[in-house]
Write a protein that binds this ligand. Structure first.
Ligand code: TRP
Ligand code: ZN
Length: 874
């Protein structure tokens, strides 16, 4: 294995720093290759810090130009400075000021961490440990400081100069340069620092808070793209209002700025008062963005804005507590989206996402607790477990407490911990206190990795008109955790009578309203006063992130799919039946269940249902989801055959019906991205997909492509063409047309790359390789790499898993190449192979060889080394 041993960081090793930094003054002299950073840091020893305790600061690729304490240059023998560390051997015992000047090269920074340039714009990304690439500092979240930042730059190329907080002063300098000074009154950790300098265009607006404070809002984008930032601005204002109404949280600075850049490792970043975004989550208009893009923008804008309280005003003590800000903020953005859109449809989307991404992570070699106890590289812990499972844990607190007590707990958290760097214990203690409930067992949700499994038994007693539901929980071992304890699992439920209505019942004391609280290994819940045998509907609203095994016949399950009053469980019941039939088809090459095919048609045509909900029901489980239930000896070809077989059966059976439904959808209204309109478009497009399958001809989709007046319809038609009829003339023409239309817009061309990369079939690899030569493709840009390479690995099951293993080799080579410049991107690409052990023998052997090739390569980054080591660990 790789020769370099990397240190491991452990939660129990947490210690405070010996010094605090109450004030930080920075002066940036921006220059593409030689930016100088003067830092003036006010240090104060803590009360218990012994005199002469060395001051040790973090750095990364820094060049030290000068260093002084209290105005006096330090002699050589008073300190040691390397690229990644500055140590002052014997600092003064009283508060002192450290002045350093460092030099950095933003142009050469391709990691996109620290200060870098994106399309000529200077910008920063400091979370988690990027600030140390700017200046020597205590680069950790528990050192809070008040920042004043001065930026100097060339006026012509950088007319816009931004930093955190409020603008204080600006003016001209000699030699065509100018400056701006920003002051952020709220103490913050270094990871929330941000700076931007460039020639940008802005859209401006204002927001008046509930308390009457007028806030100037601006979204900065590349020149000529301002009109594509209007939806983001609208989403921002709605987020600001919602946080006041739902959580009583008001904005706190005079300005709130957002900047969109095209090179960015993640979605966006919550820097105090100056959020920086991947432009994918800002730019939208009907011609270039899909309904899903609009929804994504709304969600990410809200997410980053909500961090202002959950993340910025109250931050994390250390990176083990990452879910404190991320799980909670995801929960908040989910609630926002639910209030802005259809709550059940949003929830079903979250459940699908958990099942497709988080459950596999929790079942594989990269499984880790929501609060990890150790890490080698923190960048590898920005995972779906921290974010989405972390949000589910907060949701369970809400489920257990109800609206009022949950809100009281949140209020206490904001009031008690404002201005602090906290732990999960601090957060949970607030709910324990306001509710009087004991949360000690609940804390296992933060400690134990893996998806709990519940096995349910139903025992109906005809004579006594009573029902006993017995639930038994289990949790498989995960890396480093073999012994598991029973957890607290809130199971929301209803007892559905023959008429489809929820029955009234009396229950024993572990049932709280409509929630059974399972806390033992095995526990029975008794219900009496029932008139007839009900069909239990368990885990309504997906009340806990678990898998559940139900002793229900297909007939009962179909009954729930038709009648459950909880739409999430209606969909869940249908999805279970679909998964079961797909798995059977894949394993025995059997035909699909006819009654299930009929049921799909029934739901598709049920005009009383929200179109978006019908779309959820019509979109059968993905190949990856089917693979997950099959679990071992997975043959992607057979899964694809089953998946395609089920779609074909549905399409053929309902061809006439679907055509009538499709023709009846009203297309007259002008484009609007709201959820109701989007639902109608999604229904039309999924029906079109089925029609193309039934007709086995590309013409209808080609016509739809030609008529499309918005990106949602255009890309849907293009996808049908490229996936179902890859070699048709109509497909070639449409792909060509798309490339011509959007040649000037790489962000839009990402959709074109992704559509081609996610096609089924072994020859998709050659197509992907050819597309890497396309003039608009670049390995330097994370969005391009994700659109072409990551979507191929995750979205073309038969292409990526082709039997000769060539796609695994291609990915391994690509990862090693990207690792040299952007380790975060490389390690994310690598995680697409995390479920390799469930593959059948031949493919498993080939993918293992590819992984070993990565593991044995020279000079791996810490990021890739950490992931590949864990993936190969026996
Ligand atoms: N805190 C950001 C968010 O969730 C995530 C993020 C943005 C990030 N950029 C990053 C994390 C770079 C690690 C590295 O909103
Ligand atoms: Zn976040």
């Amino acid at each position: 294995m790789n020769a370099v041993a990397h240190p491991v960081f452990r939660l129990e090793d947490y210690r405070q720093t010996p010094y605090t930094i109450p004030r930080t003054e920075l002066c940036f002299n921006l220059h593409p290759e030689k930016t100088q950073v003067q830092a003036k840091l006010a240090f104060t020893p803590r009360q218990d810090t012994p005199a002469a305790t060395p001051l040790v600061l973090d750095g990364d690729e820094l060049i030290l130009v000068s260093v002084a304490i209290d105005g006096k240059p330090l002699p050589q023998n008073a300190y040691s400075a390397t690229a990644d560390r500055l140590e002052i051997f014997n600092p003064p015992a009283a508060p002192f000021t450290l002045e350093t000047t460092t030099q950095i090269n933003p142009q050469a920074n391709r990691q996109l961490m620290g200060l870098y340039r994106s399309n000529g714009i200077f910008c920063t990304q400091c979370e988690a440990e990027g600030f140390r690439r700017i200046t020597y500092f205590y680069d950790r979240p528990d050192v809070l400081s008040v920042y004043t930042v001065r930026i100097e730059a060339e006026a012509k190329s950088c007319p816009v100069l931004l930093a955190n907080g409020n603008p204080r002063e600006s003016g001209a300098l000699e030699d065509g340069r100018h400056y701006a000074v920003w002051h952020d009154p709220f103490p913050k950790p270094s990871y929330l620092f941000a700076l931007v300098g460039g020639d940008l265009e802005a859209v401006h607006d204002t927001f008046t808070t509930a308390g009457g404070k007028k806030v100037a809002l601006a979204i900065y984008v590349e020149k000529s793209k301002g009109n594509r930032a209007l939806y983001a601005m609208d989403a921002l204002k709605r987020s600001m209002r919602w946080d006041e109404e739902a959580f009583g949280r008001e904005y706190d600075l005079d300005v709130f700025n957002i900047v969109a850049v095209s090179d960015f490792n993640m979605g966006a970043m919550e820097n105090k008062g100056l959020n920086i975004f991947n432009d994918k989550y800002v730019l939208a208009d009907p011609q270039t963005a899909t309904d899903a893009d609009y929804a994504g923008i709304e969600r990410v804008i809200a997410h980053e804005y909500f961090h202002n309280w959950t993340g910025d005003r109250i931050t994390c003590r250390d990176w083990f507590q990452l879910c404190l800000k991320e799980g909670l903020t995801v929960y908040r953005d989910q609630e926002f989206s639910s209030d802005q859109r259809s709550r059940p449809v949003v929830r079903i989307g979250e459940v699908r996402m958990l099942a497709a991404a988080q459950f596999p992570e929790d079942a594989g070699p990269l499984a880790h607790p929501v609060r990890p106890r150790q890490y080698a590289e923190i960048n590898n812990f920005y995972t779906t477990t921290i974010y989405e499972k972390g949000a589910e844990v907060v949701r369970m607190v809400h489920t257990l407490l109800g609206d009022t007590l949950f809100r009281a707990g949140m209020d206490l958290y904001f009031q008690r911990h404002d201005g602090e760097a906290c732990t999960i214990e601090d957060f949970i203690a607030c709910f324990a206190e306001t509710s009087g409930r004991d949360f000690s067992q609940f804390m296992l949700w933060y400690e134990q990795a893996g998806t709990p499994h519940i096995k349910a038994e139903f025992d109906f007693d005809e004579k006594g008109n009573s029902l006993t539901i017995t639930l038994e929980q289990s949790l498989k071992s995960t890396p480093g955790q073999t012994e598991k304890q029973p957890m607290v699992l809130p199971v929301r439920f209803g007892l559905v009578g023959a008429d489809g209505r929820d029955m009234a019942f009396q229950a024993d004391n572990h049932v709280e309203g409509d929630v059974m609280v399972l806390s033992g290994k095995r526990q029975s819940f008794c219900f009496t006063g029932l008139k007839s045998r009900p069909v239990p509907s368990l885990l309504r609203g997906f009340s806990a992130p678990v898998t559940i095994e139900l002793p229900l016949s297909d007939k009962d399950m179909a009954f729930l799919a038709r009648h459950d009053s909880d739409p999430v469980n209606r969909w869940q019941a249908l999805n279970r039946l679909l998964l079961k039939t797909c798995a059977q088809m894949a394993q025995t090459a059997s035909a699909p269940d006819e009654q299930l095919v009929d049921l799909i048609g029934e739901i598709a045509g049920d005009e009383t249902l929200d179109p978006a909900f019908r779309v959820m029901c019509l979109s059968i489980p993905s190949e990856a989801e089917i693979a997950r239930v099959i679990d071992h000896d997975v043959d992607p070809e057979r899964i694809f055959a089953a998946w395609q077989g089920l779609l074909a059966a549905i399409a053929q059976k309902h061809q006439v019906h679907f055509l009538a439904l499709w023709q009846n959808i009203d297309r007259k209204a002008p484009y609007s991205p709201d959820a109701a309109s989007a639902g109608k478009r999604a229904l039309a497009n999924i029906l079109l997909d089925y029609l193309a399958r039934a007709e086995n001809a590309p013409q209808r989709a080609a016509d739809a492509y030609g008529k499309a007046d918005n990106m949602t319809d255009r890309i849907a038609a293009l996808r049908i063409l490229a996936h179902q009829f890859p070699h048709a003339e109509q497909t070639k023409a449409a792909l060509q047309d798309f490339a011509t239309r959007f040649a000037a817009d790489p962000l839009v061309m990402d959709k074109w790359f992704a559509v081609q990369a996610t096609r089924a079939g072994a020859d998709t690899l050659e197509q992907v390789q050819a597309l890497t030569e396309h003039p608009l493709f670049s390995y330097d840009n994370p969005n391009r790499v994700r659109a072409l390479i990551a979507t191929f690995a995750a979205g073309s099951q038969t292409g990526f898993n082709r039997a000769d293993g060539k796609a695994y080799d291609f990915l391994a080579e690509t990862i090693l190449m990207i690792d040299k410049q952007n380790p975060q991107l490389a390690s994310r690409l690598l995680t697409t192979m995390r479920s390799w052990r469930s593959l059948e023998k031949n493919r498993k052997g080939k993918i293992k060889t590819a992984l070993e090739k990565i593991a044995h390569a020279d000079r791996l980054s810490r990021d890739v080394n950490d992931i590949v080591t864990r993936m190969l660990h026996e």
